[in-house]
Write a protein that binds this ligand. Structure first.
Ligand code: B1M
Length: 237
């Protein structure tokens, strides 16, 4: 701890500072992450570069260790909060400077279910990876999902459920989308502790995401595949 106190972030060169920010993010040190973001911006870094090289890369490391059972929920939430604090500084600047958008996702927890910690983590990780996220919250009936996708026209619809009693509701949403002829307009990703791949397939989702890191990877892969098949359909090589 004494060693941590001795580090003066502003005295580090860019490479050392980014490395230190990864460590601070990992340790959930919100004030230090905010300070690092402000220092890099002050040195002329673009908001997008700060986001990708300092925050997203730091959160990627957190995501890997979470997946591998080295970090646990409380630590990940602290890291996520630190990242969120950094993102609060960057978000308006990113909007101004027009960082490339990776895609858009509407996400919500299904009807009857109020668990939102996992969903919030997914939202933050997706935002950190450059996606625009519209979070419609908890306890969503099918009408909420339909209204949100109609309004926001996302690439991805994400649904979360933590209860064995609420997870079947995902099928209600997907079946309603099928009835309306809009199912194939969206990539549908589902997640939550009681789900698995077989369940996702059985309800007609495109993929099950075991965790937030997998959600980001799956989103990237599926949006790229979709862009590829759209180009092929239009005869663009
Ligand atoms: Co509840 N609860 N809970 N609970 N709760 C569980 C889920 C449970 C397994 C606990 C247990 O009994 N062992 C159990 C469910 C049993 C079952 O269904 N078979 C349970 C129960 C029974 C209940 C109540 C019914 C209890 C009661 O009132 N009698 C009640 C239900 C309320 C309701 O929803 N209607 C209830 C209430 C609550 C609290 C309110 C107290 C609280 C929620 C607070 C909140 O979310 N704001 C709570 C909590 C905290 C839990 C546990 C302990 C932790 C859940 C969590 O946040 N995990 C949970 C036990 C457990 O899971 N170990 C439990 C951490 C989070 C980071 O992981 O949500 O899995 P997770 O998200 C991951 C992945 O799943 C994935 O990525 C995330 C990040 O890596 N993911 C997605 C999740 N959503 C995704 C969406 C995507 C992609 C990936 O879309 C693209």
């Amino acid at each position: 701890m004494a060693e941590e106190d001795d580090i003066v972030l502003s005295e580090l060169d860019d490479e050392e500072l980014v490395q230190q920010m990864h460590d601070d993010l990992y340790d959930g040190l919100k004030d230090e992450v905010e300070e690092g973001v402000n220092i890099l911006l002050g040195r002329g870094w673009t908001p997008y570069r700060v986001l990708t090289e300092a925050l997203v890369e730091g959160m990627r490391i957190v995501g890997v260790d979470f997946r591998d059972g080295i970090l646990f929920v409380p630590e990940v939430l602290m890291a996520a909060n630190s990242m969120k604090a950094g993102m609060i500084i960057l978000r308006p600047l990113l909007a101004e400077t027009g960082a490339p958008r990776m895609g858009k996702m509407v996400i919500g927890t299904v009807k009857g279910d109020i668990h939102d910690i996992g969903k919030n983590l997914v939202s933050m990780m997706m935002e950190g990876a450059g996606y625009e996220v519209i979070d419609i919250g908890i306890n969503n009936p099918v009408e909420n999902y339909l209204a949100a996708i109609e309004e926001h026209k996302p690439d991805i619809l994400g649904m979360s459920a933590l209860l064995t009693t609420t997870m079947p509701y995902m099928k209600v949403v997907i079946d309603t989308m099928k009835e309306k002829g809009i199912r194939d307009d969206y990539i549908v990703l589902v997640g939550g502790a009681p789900l698995n791949e077989a369940f996702a397939e059985s309800v007609g989702a495109d993929a099950y995401c075991r965790d937030a890191a997998v959600a980001v990877e799956t989103a990237k892969k599926m949006i790229a595949e979709r862009a590829g098949s759209n180009s092929a359909a239009m005869g663009i090589s």
